[in-house]
Design a protein around this ligand. Structure first.
Ligand code: NAD
Ligand code: DAU
Length: 355
């Protein structure tokens, strides 16, 4: 029985990773450690919360004593670290929170794992342990009209969010180099899909179209993002967790580059059809607003290394994935209502505290 700690498992990507590991690996004991910030929602995991190989632990990765104790008590064999502050706009108004969770929180986890695994430069890298850090393509900065981010691209973060993620990546690599920690990192492009918190572009616009509210597009909508369906990312995490060599990095992306305005126009067309509205009516909601400060122009990932070495590839093209995503939001109205009203934040008290 392997004990795996997944941090940030109540969030968007983390919940898909927890579900995959709990259902696919019944011989793994999966612990989901999450602080349940505004972005953490245990309703994302309703379908698996009573599985015998799943345990939820409420806690904060910035609390070093708590983290040390938890690792001593549970003796985890592996960590898949997703907990983070993840929204660029929030990092612009509150950078320190991003330093605390994304940098200090990551170092706390590294220290706790190092202590229980006894890692040091005098000993070989343990082959039965793993510290897998989930990161972002934003650490590479911004591309011009051509080119792709590879694993060799130099780091050049521009937002407080990407600077904090870049810093955490450097710490993970430093722990591999200095203490022979069994570390792996992956850097992924923009995810979309079910359970995405409606502050991010796609779910925000789905919710706004549904409610006939303006669709805020920063600047001219010419910024490009490379979109990957969240379940494809979870599958990549599974493959990398099990197959990657220690000390390696993999880029994860879907070769699905879209300008923001093209994404929103496509979304409007899909939703007009699904909602039985006249073609072109949702596009009237598009509103160009002030640009994000330091807004990166273009992200695009080269995931050839992951495809060639570990055999992963994305299963969905963007048009298909976006339609699936819209369907999910339209059939999970209760989830969306709870998230937008704030009701989801009481789920923990109702389901866990009194169990
Ligand atoms: P999210 O914001 O949806 O979820 C983050 C989770 O972390 C939440 O459940 C939150 O409660 C938890 N958390 C935050 N601070 C915590 C703390 N101090 N202690 C414990 N838990 C805490 O984020 P996401 O979009 O699912 O991203 C997950 C990870 O993947 C992040 O590390 C992010 O940088 C990375 N990533 C995200 C994307 C994307 O497109 N969303 C792409 C590439 C990489
Ligand atoms: O590239 C991976 C990253 O993708 C992750 O590391 C981040 O955690 C994740 O939040 C995401 O960052 P972005 O900033 O790219 O995602 P967001 O959904 O905030 O914005 C997508 C694009 O849309 C970006 O160019 C900004 C723009 N935008 C966003 C919002 C919220 C708008 O035009 N209007 C909006 O209201």
């Amino acid at each position: 029985m392997k004990k795996i700690l997944i941090t940030g498992g109540a969030g968007f990507i983390g919940s898909h990773v927890v579900r995959l590991f709990v259902t696919k690996y019944s011989d793994y004991q999966v612990f989901n450690l999450d602080k349940l910030t505004y972005a953490g929602n245990l309703e994302n995991l309703k379908d698996i919360e009573t599985k015998s190989n799943y345990t939820f632990v409420k806690g904060d990765i910035t609390d070093a004593d708590f983290i040390q104790q938890l690792f001593q008590e549970k003796q985890f064999d592996a960590v898949i670290h997703l907990a983070a502050e993840s929204h660029v706009d929030r990092s612009i108004s509150n950078p320190l929170e991003f330093v605390m969770t994304n940098v200090i929180g990551t170092v706390n986890l590294l220290n706790a794992a190092k202590a229980i695994w006894g890692c040091s430069k005098d000993k070989p890298v343990p082959t039965d342990k793993r510290f897998y850090h989930i990161s972002t393509d934003e650490v590479y900065g911004s591309l011009g009209d051509t080119g792709l981010f590879t694993e060799q691209t130099a780091y050049d973060p521009h937002s407080p969010y990407s600077a904090s993620k870049a810093s955490s990546d450097h710490f993970v690599r430093a722990y591999f180099d200095t203490y022979n920690m069994p570390c792996v990192i992956s850097n992924c492009s923009n995810n979309y899909g079910p359970n995405h918190f409606p502050e991010k572009l796609i779910p925000l616009c789905i919710n706004n179209i549904k409610n006939n509210k303006p669709l805020p597009i920063y600047g001219k909508g010419e910024n490009v993002r490379d979109w990957l369906y969240v379940v494809d990312h979870a599958n990549a995490i599974d493959v990398i967790f099990h197959k990657a060599a220690n000390g390696t990095t993999y880029n994860v992306g879907g070769h699905n580059e879209w300008t923001n305005i093209a994404v929103i126009r496509l979304l409007c067309r899909i939703m007009d059809k699904k909602l039985g509205r006249a073609e072109g009516s949702s596009e009237q909601l598009i509103t160009f607003v002030k640009d994000r400060a330091g807004h990166d122009l273009r992200y695009a990932i080269d995931s050839t290394k992951l495809q060639n070495e570990l055999g992963w590839k994305p299963s969905l093209q963007f048009e298909e994935g976006l339609e699936k995503t819209v369907d999910w939001y339209l059939t999970n109205e209760e989830w969306l209502a709870h998230v937008t009203s704030g009701n989801y934040q009481h789920y923990y008290e109702q389901q866990y505290v009194h169990r």
